[in-house]
Design a protein around this ligand. Structure first.
Ligand code: PMP
Ligand code: GLN
Length: 391
């Protein structure tokens, strides 16, 4: 999916081309298909949050560069949020850094921490920016496979991935694209390996509030020995349904955070001034807002799973996130890329092939990802169209 070679682009970035999300969204527009590819909601977030951004612009107080570490009200709101929901303690003035989305926080952390020959352990399938960020360093990635259909991993394989050169564990839960929410025993094992091998964990928790049924989000930083070696990252995009605002944060002990900030300040320096107080307001909304967000999305997940099953897919029911992954083999296909490239022509729907998120594509070649974060009538129409695949 990366497109052809580019004569100007440096070798380490050649394989990255255009992101699968941008490609698939462009394909949806070109073919006027329903876009269940790129993960973004098709309804706006809470109106008081939107209004707060508008007021911030008109107040004349937020239209110039924010402080390098972010506006104080957002840093305080992030620290309060971490305490309120997860019991994590961060000093808003020394342990919270505001970034241009989680993406910048992740990239800054990787750039700050990964040196020559250092290794970054991560699970595959992995969010696409991880491989690109690691490719911008002199280090390399080492992947451990989450195996469909249940996306479990082999503890021995994980233990074997940690070695002398392991500097960072890059860890995402709730996990994109699989929808897996890592369980207590898995989190404990991961933390134990980080402590034993003196590894820094960089955690991507952007779906922290999108968790279903009786699953629970467990921040890695809460595990014994992890608070001092974890950079906890998230953003307001999913929680507040404002993915275009790109307000994120990294939280860590002061010296570790300072390292991330050093890299971050030369990426964007600062960003999104007027959105910062609005996200601060959003993080302080009542419990009913956060519970309602998860409940709404869970209902959409149920709907999408049911409809995909009826259309003939073998569905993995996700524990969290925006996404549902499904096996295309019962429909007579085995290559997700081919399937997704043909889907708009065949029935006017766009999905994302999971194999682009693997180093070992055969592990996910038969899986495709659909976004559930759409209005019910959009999901219904997509499913009406997908039903045609069976005939
Ligand atoms: N991590 C994961 C797992 C994601 O799915 C996304 C996409 N939203 C991001 C990071 C990027 O988050 P942001 O838009 O805040 O940069
Ligand atoms: N995180 C979104 C997804 O997985 C996409 C964000 C992006 O396009 N970079 O679909």
């Amino acid at each position: 999916m990366s497109g052809g070679a580019n004569q100007y682009l440096v070798d380490p970035l050649q394989r990255f081309g255009t992101t699968v999300f941008a490609q698939m969204s462009a394909l949806a527009i070109k073919t006027q298909s329903i876009n269940l590819g790129q993960g973004f909601p098709d309804t706006d977030g809470p109106s008081e949050v939107l209004e707060a951004a508008v007021s911030a612009i008109h107040s004349g107080k937020y239209n110039q560069y924010p402080p390098g570490i972010g506006h104080p009200e957002l840093r305080h709101a992030v620290a309060e949020h971490q305490k309120r929901f997860w019991g994590l303690d961060f000093d808003p003035d020394a342990e919270v850094l505001i970034t241009a989305g989680a993406t910048e926080a992740l990239t800054a952390a990787i750039l700050a921490l990964v040196g020559p020959d250092d290794e970054v352990v991560t699970f595959e399938p992995y969010y696409d920016s991880y491989a690109a960020a690691i490719a911008m360093t002199p280090g390399r990635r080492k992947v451990v496979t989450l195996r469909a259909p249940d996306y479990s991993f082999d503890p021995a394989e994980l233990a074997a991935a940690f070695g002398e050169r392991t500097k960072v564990l890059l860890f995402n839960s709730p996990h994109n694209p699989t929808g897996k929410v890592f369980a207590q025993a898995e989190i404990e094992l991961i933390a134990k390996l980080c402590v034993e091998h003196d590894v820094i964990a960089v955690t991507d928790e952007v779906y922290e509030h999108l968790v279903f049924d009786d699953n629970v989000h467990l921040p890695l930083a809460l595990q014994p020995g992890m608070a001092e070696r974890t950079v906890t990252i998230s953003s307001g995009g999913k929680t507040l349904s404002v993915t275009g605002w790109k307000i994120g944060w990294a939280c860590a002990k002061p010296e570790l955070l300072k390292a991330v900030q050093t890299a971050k300040q030369y990426l964007t320096f600062v960003s999104g001034g007027p959105f910062q107080p609005a996200v601060a307001l959003g993080l302080g909304l009542g419990d009913d807002f956060f519970a309602g967000l998860a409940a709404d999305l869970q209902a959409k997940r149920d709907k999408l799973c049911e409809e995909l099953t009826a259309a003939g897919f073998e569905v993995n029911v996700p524990q969290g996130t925006y996404f549902v992954t499904a096996d295309i083999r019962p429909l007579g296909f085995d290559d997700g890329i081919e399937f997704c490239l043909g889907l708009p022509q065949r029935c006017g729907v766009v999905a994302v092939p999971c194999q682009v998120f693997y180093d070992n594509p055969e592990a996910g070649a038969h899986m495709v990802r659909f976004a559930a974060c759409k209005q019910d009538d959009v999901l219904d129409e997509a499913m009406r169209r997908l039903a045609a695949l069976k005939s």
